[in-house]
Design a protein around this ligand. Structure first.
Ligand SMILES: [Fe+2]
Ligand SMILES: [Fe+2]
Length: 213
C-alpha cells in the first residue's frame, strides 16, 4: 500500500507548505526541545551572540535537511526507503523547530538567506534522487556524517555554561547518527572522495556565511 494516500497535487501543496514553514522558521516540533529541561545560563554578551550565531548555522543546516529530504522523498523509488526518509524528515522538523526556538531565546535571528539555502538544497536533493536510491542514500549518509562532525565541533565551541543550547545540539547529533545508520542500512553506496570533498567545501562556504548573515 502507498504510505501516502494523498493525490500528487495535495502532496505537492503539502510539501510547499512545509517548505514555507522551513524557510520562515515556524515549524512545530513533535518532541519537546531537550533544552527545555535545562536552566537558562547567565551568559556574557559575546558568549550569547556566539551561541546564537552557531544555532543560526545549525538552523540553516536543518532548513537544508528539510529541502534534501523533501527532494529525496519525492523521488525515492523503494517503499521502505521512502518510509525511512519520511521518519527522518519528521525528526529533522523537530531539529528545525528546536534550533529556531533556541535562536529566539538567545536573542538572535535566523539566516536572511534561508530561501537561497532551501532552493539550492532542494535542487541537490532532487538530482541525488534522480540518480537512484543507492546514490540518493549515499548522499544522505555523507550529509548526515558531515553534520554529525559539525555538531561535535559546535559542542566544543559552545560556552560550557550554556547547557540549554548544548542539550539541543547533543540530541540533534545523536539523531543525525541514527539517520546516517538508517541510510547505510538501506543500502547507501560509498561516495567518491572527490564528491565528499566538494560537499565539505560547499558546507564550509554555507556555514561561514550563515554564522554572519
Ligand atoms: Fe537535523
Ligand atoms: Fe539528520
Amino acid at each position: 500500500m502507498d504510505p501516502d494516500p494523498r493525490n500528487p497535487i495535495d502532496r505537492l501543496i503539502g510539501e510547499f507548505d512545509r517548505a514555507l514553514r522551513a524557510v520562515a522558521g515556524v515549524a512545530s516540533a513533535a518532541r519537546p526541545s531537550p533544552g527545555q529541561a535545562k536552566p537558562e545560563a547567565e551568559l556574557g554578551e559575546q558568549d550569547r551572540a556566539h551561541a546564537a550565531a552557531l544555532m543560526r548555522v545549525n538552523h540553516v543546516g536543518e532548513v537544508c535537511a528539510q529541502a534534501l529530504y523533501q527532494g529525496q522523498a519525492l523521488t525515492a523509488r523503494d517503499r521502505g526507503a521512502k518510509a525511512a526518509l519520511e521518519q527522518a524528515a519528521r525528526e529533522e522538523q523537530d531539529h528545525l523547530a528546536w534550533s529556531a526556538e533556541r535562536i529566539r531565546e538567545l536573542g538572535g535571528r535566523p539566516s536572511l538567506l534561508n530561501p537561497v539555502w532551501f532552493a539550492g538544497s532542494f535542487a541537490i536533493g532532487a538530482v541525488a534522487g534522480a540518480l537512484g536510491d543507492r546514490w540518493n542514500l549515499a548522499f544522505l549518509a555523507e550529509t548526515e556524517r558531515q553534520v554529525e562532525q559539525h555538531l561535535a565541533g559546535h559542542l566544543e565551541s559552545l560556552p560550557s555554561a550554556d547547557e540549554r543550547t548544548r542539550a539541543v545540539v547533543e540530541e540533534m547529533r545523536s539523531d543525525e547518527a541514527k539517520h546516517r545508520e538508517t541510510a547505510q542500512r538501506l543500502g547507501a553506496a560509498e561516495l567518491p572522495a572527490t564528491v565528499r570533498t566538494a560537499m565539505r567545501l560547499a558546507s564550509k562556504v554555507m556555514t561561514t556565511i550563515a554564522y554572519r548573515i
